[in-house]
Design a binder for this molecule. Structure first.
Ligand code: NAD
Length: 246
């Protein structure tokens, strides 16, 4: 399905990013794995990708830095000659109630989760516009749609991603480029592992499908959105959340 394509996944050393990278490799894409600091974990993902008979390229970069966005895109283009798919997945949380939230906790989450999407998308757009093709997926969150106590910074960033998604979709559609967002609900990764069992149980009871999602649930949706089966879908937000937000 993705044979010969070049896919970039940010924050790909673990969790949802890792699952998406592995899925794309399974479908035949060469994958550019961006990681910030976990080189060992990223190398393990690269090995697993190459075992599927495609190529992996590791790029260390902090997506919150504008020049690092350019570094990722340039490395992909130099190695593989094209940038067909970009998944803006890298994200962090710094949760606390508004009243306790420090300015730097707000700024850090916006810089990584929101500005990081701008930094990578801007540089990828330059290449994709010349190619007159490309598919971009931004990983938002149910929290960006519904809000969440204790996540003012995260909710602002994830809602902002939806604005970027729709605006860039409108700007790039004429060049044959689609831009969509996935809004995961609660997915079992290191990010949610940090929550207490009590909170996890209470979350589950509010999910109509009564279970947390898996990184593979998100990877399957990403695979659909970058496939030819989704060629006429752009500017959309697809919730993958067990029915949490309807
Ligand atoms: P995770 O913490 O397991 O993975 C996040 C990855 O992003 C890590 O590999 C981390 O190193 C990387 N990263 C963080 N800051 C970075 C930076 N500045 N530059 C480059 N990479 C950086 O989390 P996850 O659960 O796999 O989340 C992946 C994405 O999905 C995030 O955007 C997250 O907000 C979103 N999401 C997760 C859930 C969930 O329930 N797990 C729900 C909704 C949305």
């Amino acid at each position: 399905m993705l044979k010969g394509k070049t896919a970039i996944v940010t924050g790909a050393s673990r969790g949802i990013g890792k699952a998406i990278a592995l899925k794309f490799a399974e479908l035949g894409a060469n994958v550019v794995l961006n990681y910030r600091s976990s080189i060992n974990a990223a190398e393990e993902v690269a090995k697993a990708i190459e075992a599927k008979g495609v190529k992996a390229l590791l790029v260390q970069a902090d997506v919150s830095k504008f020049e690092d966005g350019e570094k990722i895109i340039n490395a992909a283009q130099e190695a593989f000659g094209s940038v067909d798919i970009l998944v803006n997945n890298a994200g962090i949380t710094k949760d606390t109630l508004l009243i306790r939230m420090k300015e730097e906790e707000f700024d850090n989450v916006i810089e990584v989760n929101l500005k990081g999407v701008f930094n990578c998308t801007k540089h990828a757009a330059r290449v994709m516009m010349k190619q007159r093709s490309g598919k971009i997926i931004n990983i938002s969150s149910v929290v960006g749609l519904a809000g969440n106590a204790g996540q003012v910074n995260y909710a602002a960033a994830k809602a902002g991603i939806l604005g970027i998604t729709k605006s860039v979709a409108k700007e790039l559609a004429a060049r044959g480029i689609t831009v969509n967002a996935i809004a995961p609900g609660f997915i079992a990764t290191d990010m949610t592992e940090a929550l207490s069992d009590k909170i996890k149980e209470s979350i589950k009871s509010n999910i109509p499908l009564r279970k947390l999602g898996t990184p593979e649930d998100i990877a399957d949706t990403a695979a659909f959105l970058v496939s030819d089966m989704a060629n006429y879908i752009t500017g959309q937000v697809i919730s993958v959340d067990g029915g949490m937000h309807m």
